[in-house]
Design a protein around this ligand. Structure first.
Ligand code: MN
Length: 284
């Protein structure tokens, strides 16, 4: 199985600095959002993505990825201890494991409120669960998603790389299929564009780099109130693949965007993400 990815990052229209970092290092793809209000957020996000870039250069396994994330957390915590406001970053991403095997898997990992999505057959599913105050309020039924978007604590995340204690990493394995398109993004995208808009743009562009450009453009036009980062990752259809071609290919160049047929189904979150015991953290 082969994938093709494209990454883009943009400071947006308001922030003078870009504290996001993007990694496209096949088979490892990630976005990190260094936190506003923290000193040196750009350093924190770069430490996180560079740790994963190092994994991509070696033997890529689930354990190597999780170990690298924990090591980045420790490094950021140490460096942040010297800064007045500390330093921290979100980190979410995808790793294609066993690409040459019969059963390749896509590892999804997340800490914080950056997100990963999968577009399959025109349906967009959010693969990650935000670690944020507003997500907890939504989960407990105390506020709606609409209220979350304007909540005064909407910037407060409940997990990050950096800070005290161990890091609690959500991760899950999914089965990638040819023609799947994955998206990794910072909240600068997901707050400017709703899921239906994201799905429409993803389905309307044939190539990952064109889709990445279009997402950035749309978020900046919608306000660009934060740094915006995206990675678009396509699972390629191999020439020798035995996969039957899909009836209608929403990613086909000759196909018009089919926004009407899209479903932005965030109710079917793959919330099987978990941090097994011994995998660090979150012990009471
Ligand atoms: Mn952000």
């Amino acid at each position: 199985m082969r994938v093709a990815g494209a990454g883009r990052t943009h400071p947006g229209r308001v922030r003078s600095r870009n504290e996001d970092s993007v990694l496209v290092a096949d088979p490892v793809f990630a976005v990190a959002d260094g936190m506003g209000g923290h000193a040196e957020g750009d350093i924190a996000s770069a430490v996180a993505t560079e740790a994963l870039a190092e994994v991509a250069r070696g033997d890529v396994t689930r354990m190597a990825v999780l170990d690298a994330i924990r090591a980045a957390h420790s490094e950021i915590s140490e460096r942040g201890g010297k800064e007045a406001g500390g330093m921290g970053t979100t980190l979410t991403g995808l790793v294609l494991l066993g690409a040459t095997s019969d059963e390749p898997q896509m590892l999804v990992f997340n800490v914080g409120d950056s997100r990963s999505y999968r577009l399959r057959d025109g349906s967009l599913v959010q693969l990650t669960h935000d670690h944020s105050v507003v997500q907890e309020l939504v989960d407990s039924g105390r506020i709606t998603l609409d209220e979350a978007a304007v909540h005064p604590d909407r910037n407060v995340i409940t997990r990050s790389l950096g800070g005290e204690g161990p890091v609690d990493i959500d991760w899950a394995l999914t089965d990638p299929r040819p023609r799947d398109r994955f998206l990794v993004c910072s909240d600068g995208l997901s707050r400017e564009l709703d899921a239906a808009a994201i799905a429409g743009i993803l389905a309307g562009q044939a190539e990952p780099d064109a889709a990445a450009d279009a997402l950035i453009d749309a978020a900046v036009r919608a306000g660009g109130r934060d740094n915006v980062s995206v990675v678009v990752l396509d699972v390629l259809v191999e020439p020798a693949s035995t996969e039957a071609p899909a009836e209608a290919d929403p990613l086909d160049e000759d196909t018009e965007p089919k926004a009407d047929g899209l479903r932005a189904d965030t109710s079917e979150l793959l919330t099987s993400v978990h941090a097994p015991s011994g995998e660090g953290a979150h012990q009471p």
